[in-house]
Design a protein around this ligand. Structure first.
Ligand code: OSB
Ligand code: MG
Length: 368
C-alpha cells in the first residue's frame, strides 16, 4: 500500500521553439509545475501541472495551482493510505474545481504505483495500443503565407491531422487557403470559445471545407447553443472548455451539444477521470481524442498513456516534444515518426525525468 510521505513541486519555465498565438493570447515561454511524490520505501512518481499562466483558457492559473497544491492537495495526499491510484481523487473531493493541480498529483500517483508494479502506465490504465496517432495544433500566424509554411512543414513530417486555431478575423480565409493547398489533409479548427451565437454564419461557411470537426466554437457554458449549432451542421462539433467534469459531460451528451469530445487529462483533473470520461462518451456514441496543454515531457507522457485506450480513434494533440521545446525535461524526449508516437513498454510513464535539470531550472520549489 503506497503512502506518500513527501510531495515536492518545482516551478519551471521553458522557451517555445515557435511563438504560439490563440484567439486570446501569444506565448513565447511556458511555465508549468512538476510534482514529485515519494513513499516510505523510496518509490518515486512524477506529475505535471500544465495550467496556463493567464486566465484566458480557464481561471486556474499557475499561481493559483501552486497555492492550492501547497495548502490543500499535497497535505491531503501526504500520509493517506490507498491501494490503487484510482482512489486518490477521493482524498481531495471536498476541494471544488482546481482540476489542473489535481491532475498533477493524480499523474504522479499513477506513475508511482505503475512503476512499483513494473507495469507501463498505458497498460495500467487499460490501453492496448502500441503507438498512438498524433496531430498538431497550429496557432494564429501573422499572415496566411506564414500559416501555409507551418502546415506544409508538419504535413511533410507525416502528422495525421492538422488543427488550426481560429478567431474572428482569422477563420474562413485561412481555412480556404489551407484546404486549397492540401485537399485531402485531415483538418480541423479550434475557436477556443471566441464566437457568439450571433456570429454563427462563420460556421455555416466552414461547414463546406470537409473539416473533421469544429472545436469549441462558443463559450464554455453555452451548451444549448452548441446543441443548436450541431443540429444544423454536417461537421461534428467538438467540446473542449465546456467539459470540465463528468456532470458537464452528462449534460452535453444528453443535449447533443456535439459529437466529439477533446479529453484533456489536465482539464478533467487527472487520468482516472479522463478514463471515465472516455468510457461514457464512447458509450454515448461520441468520438474522442486526447487534447494537450503544450505539456513538458512528464504531462506529454501521461497523455500518450491515456491515448492508448481503445476509444481514442481520432488523432491526438500529442505531437513530439520537439514541436514545442528544444530541450525537454525527460529522457528520451517524446518523438513522433510518420505521425505516430510509440507507447512505452517500460514501467510507469516510461520516460526518465532529468531531475538535476528540473532542480537547476526551478524558479521556486516547495516541499510538503
Ligand atoms: O484549446 O486545445 C486547446 C493549448 C493551450 C490551451 C488550449 C489549447 C491548446 C492547444 C495545444 O491546442 C495542443 C497541444 O498541446 O499540442
Ligand atoms: Mg481546444
Amino acid at each position: 500500500m503506497p503512502r506518500v510521505t513527501t510531495v515536492e513541486a518545482f516551478r519551471l519555465s521553458l522557451p517555445l521553439v515557435h511563438a504560439f498565438q490563440t484567439s486570446s493570447h501569444r506565448k513565447t515561454h511556458l511555465e508549468h509545475i512538476l510534482v514529485r511524490v515519494a513513499d516510505a520505501d523510496g518509490a518515486v512518481g512524477w506529475g505535471e501541472i500544465a495550467s496556463p499562466s493567464d486566465p484566458y483558457y480557464c481561471s486556474e492559473t499557475v499561481d493559483i495551482c501552486w497555492l492550492t497544491l501547497q495548502r490543500y492537495l499535497a497535505p491531503a495526499l501526504r500520509g493517506a493510505d490507498w491501494d490503487h491510484p484510482a482512489q486518490v481523487r477521493a482524498l481531495w473531493k471536498r476541494v471544488r474545481g482546481h482540476h489542473f493541480a489535481k491532475a498533477g498529483l493524480d499523474i504522479a500517483c499513477w506513475d508511482l504505483w505503475s512503476r512499483a508494479a513494473g507495469t507501463p502506465l498505458a497498460r495500467a490504465l487499460g490501453g492496448d495500443r502500441r503507438a498512438i496517432e498524433a496531430g498538431v495544433s497550429l496557432g494564429i500566424e501573422p499572415t496566411i503565407d506564414d500559416l501555409l509554411v507551418q502546415v506544409g512543414r508538419y504535413a511533410a513530417e507525416g502528422y495525421r491531422r492538422i488543427k488550426l486555431k481560429i478567431a474572428p478575423g482569422w477563420d474562413v480565409e485561412p481555412v480556404r487557403a489551407v484546404r486549397a493547398a492540401h485537399p485531402g489533409l485531415p483538418l480541423h479548427v479550434d475557436a477556443n470559445g471566441a464566437y457568439g451565437e450571433d456570429q454563427s454564419e462563420v460556421f455555416t461557411a466552414l461547414d463546406r471545407f470537409g473539416l473533421t470537426m469544429i472545436e469549441q466554437p462558443y463559450a464554455p457554458g453555452a451548451l444549448a447553443a452548441h446543441a443548436r449549432l450541431q443540429a444544423r451542421l454536417e461537421t461534428p462539433v467538438c467540446l473542449d472548455e465546456s467539459v470540465d467534469d463528468l456532470d458537464q459531460l452528462d449534460t452535453a451528451l444528453e443535449l447533443g451539444a456535439g459529437r466529439v469530445l477533446n479529453i484533456k487529462v489536465s482539464r478533467m483533473g487527472g487520468l482516472t477521470v479522463a478514463g471515465i470520461a472516455h468510457d461514457r462518451a464512447v458509450e454515448a456514441g461520441w468520438r474522442v481524442w486526447c487534447g494537450g496543454m503544450h505539456e513538458f515531457g512528464v504531462g506529454r507522457a501521461a497523455n500518450v498513456a491515456i491515448a492508448a485506450l481503445p476509444g481514442f480513434t481520432l488523432p491526438s494533440d500529442v505531437s513530439g516534444s520537439d514541436k514545442y521545446y528544444a530541450h525537454d525535461v525527460v529522457e528520451p524526449p517524446i518523438r513522433a515518426t510518420e505521425g505516430r508516437v510509440p507507447v512505452p513498454e517500460t514501467p510507469g510513464l516510461g520516460h526518465e525525468i532529468d531531475e538535476p535539470l528540473v532542480r537547476r531550472l526551478a524558479s521556486a520549489t516547495l516541499t510538503v
